[in-house]
Design a protein around this ligand. Sequence first.
Ligand SMILES: Nc1ncnc2c1ncn2[C@@H]1O[C@H](COP(=O)(O)OP(=O)(O)O)[C@@H](O)[C@H]1O
Ligand SMILES: [Mg+2]
Length: 360
Amino acid sequence: MGVFDNILHSDQTLLKNPDALDFDFIPKIVPYREEEQRKIANAIQPMFSNKTGGNLIIVGSPGVGKTVACRHVLRELEEKSENIMPIYVNCWKKNTSYKIAIGLCEEIGYTFTQNKRTEELLKEAIKYFNKKMVVFVFDEADKAEETDFLYTLIEEVYKKSVLLITNSDTFFEELDDRIKSRLIPNFAEFRPYGLEETRGILKQRIEDAFYPGVWETDAFEAVVEKAYELRDIRIGIHFLKGACDAAESRSSKKIAMRDVQDSISRAERSPTQNKDSIENEERIILDIIRANSGMKIGDFFDIYSKKGGEGGYKTFQRRIKSLDEKGFLKLSKSKEGKGNTTIVEYKERVKSLADFSKGE
Ligand SMILES: Nc1ncnc2c1ncn2[C@@H]1O[C@H](COP(=O)(O)OP(=O)(O)O)[C@@H](O)[C@H]1O
Ligand SMILES: [Mg+2]
């Protein structure tokens, strides 16, 4: 072998299909989630006999295949049925009833949305839906700030399945009673993947994305371990991509351990150094949270204010929300007196997770 044989030319790439590393890529098969996909299919099943479907709450931590399993089933449904319409909404992107109503109108091709109120928009969509049957998937459902859209759809669409995807264990409990009592859902819990499963999924992904033989075994194994350690396939895919960039930038035809290490260490540098995705005040707040992880949101606000932080409590809450959306925090509810308070924890994760998790 000549000394130049391992050099990648400037017009060459290691990727046979870059799309396969997009986070919203839907692979041909979604292994290890057969049981879960069957639950989804079971909810939809009655509509094939022209009856209304069941409802399902899908729960699990980020990066365990909730979205991809659902979309995979929806894609199959699209091929199998003309009358059952799949509607997918990401409530992170559309987080109010109004935005969701506009989204539904777009889905049905209804364009006279200007100057119309949420209820009017929903009415138009529902009129259309009631000529067919619908599978609604509301992904990141806990991120919706309002739930009246849900109540209206449950009440007024006759034949449907409602699938709600969430990271939050307490999501259903915290839903409005009116919705809870009408939904009567089944539950599908997505557990994190084991090591073998993580390897299997990532192996399939490199076969979809890369030319054969590009990955050195120990390098691939390092990605598998990292994804398994963090129980998040999305992070594995992120490192597949990052290591590929590193190898390409040193014009290597092989992706080696050093490329993976390069990609991991780039990601593990303090998220607070990542100026693009985080504004100054958020950075200060994040530093406080990192030092005192696990306290109540109000207590964090007090510390922040005492340190000369700007803005009132509302602004502070908005910044916490923004940090949460970017993947830096873990928020959980806790009872306090009659009401609830939010416990804020710092999430030890790779940088700007939201940059890639926000998509789906
Ligand atoms: N069983 C699987 N088979 C193939 N790809 C998977 C599987 N589980 C997860 N993935 C991939 O991992 C990434 C994260 O999965 P996703 O469904 O977005 O997770 P979640 O919605 O639970 O946060 C996606 O790119 C997805 O395609
Ligand atoms: Mg998801």
